[in-house]
Design a protein around this ligand. Sequence first.
Ligand code: ADP
Ligand code: MG
Length: 324
Amino acid sequence: MSLGEFDLIKRFFQRARPQPGIDVGIGDDCAVWTPTPGRQMLVSSDMLVEGRHFLATVAPERLGHKALAVNLSDLAACGATPRGFTLALALPRADAAWLERFAAGLFALADAHDIPLIGGDTTAGPLNLCITVFGEAPRGQALLRSGATAGDDVYVSGQVGDARLALEVFRGALSLPGDEFERVRSAMEVPQPRVALGQALRGIASSAIDISDGLIGDLGHVLARSEVGCTLEVDALPRSSIMSVQRLAVQHLCTLSGGDDYELLFTAPVSARAAVESAARAADTPVARIGRIEERAGLRLVDAVGKAVPATFDSFDHFKTPHA
Ligand code: ADP
Ligand code: MG
């Protein structure tokens, strides 16, 4: 690399600011930190590969944001408080202008959550980003995929489907008015991890997951880990107004199997409805009740009057093109 590896780390990633709780940050063989007594540590890694997780056209600031956002979303799903992160980076070339913008997007989100970059690795190679996040939760209180029980309500935060709608526009399968396209494109490129909501749901939600691979698939993980089934009211899925005017097949594709939403899908007992609402208010994040956990295994889709919605996934086939 023209810009040396160590110069690059120093210039773009090492920041002279106090890092509470971090005893040694970037610069040694390991970062060293002191965990908070009585808390458990939560760790998650997510890798982003060009062409698969992002398009080459994405602005570097947005890529920096998204790389950290998808990781924070995993901490959010567990109700964890973020503490720090590492960044492993393969770069085709050391392009200072690109790195400047990437770091700006990355640190804007890091600062919003008050977490330091405490280490990483840097190498030449095809563009590839891997972030590992570290968080904490009071012992025994992390939200897990297991824990949903028959009778629980199923909720989702925010709105689902817009990121997938943007992807379909990029693929040329649909078109949208310019301002709507910019909005759904931001949903895809600048997702907002629901960190505050996850923490507010500790002690209230019985299970949780973040929607990264599509609502149905991710709900399936909760059902499998919790050994329960579910009836999902398709018409109750919160969606944007531009989504509501799409063909039904497109709506189903985007809201049910579209990915990259980074909303929280969670369950809670009926007795906790008021607590869920006040958690949502405290976190300033809307949540919608979309279904019910049942003893009978499997996922059943119904409309607003309880009529079975045929899983018309065949009609999605014409969208089936390689990812991104
Ligand atoms: P090692 O040879 O022990 O793997 P490196 O020479 O790769 O260490 O890295 C030197 C220091 O810089 C380490 O503290 C490492 O964590 C940090 N580092 C390397 N790459 C990055 C990066 N992309 N972002 C943040 N810190 C990094
Ligand atoms: Mg190294």
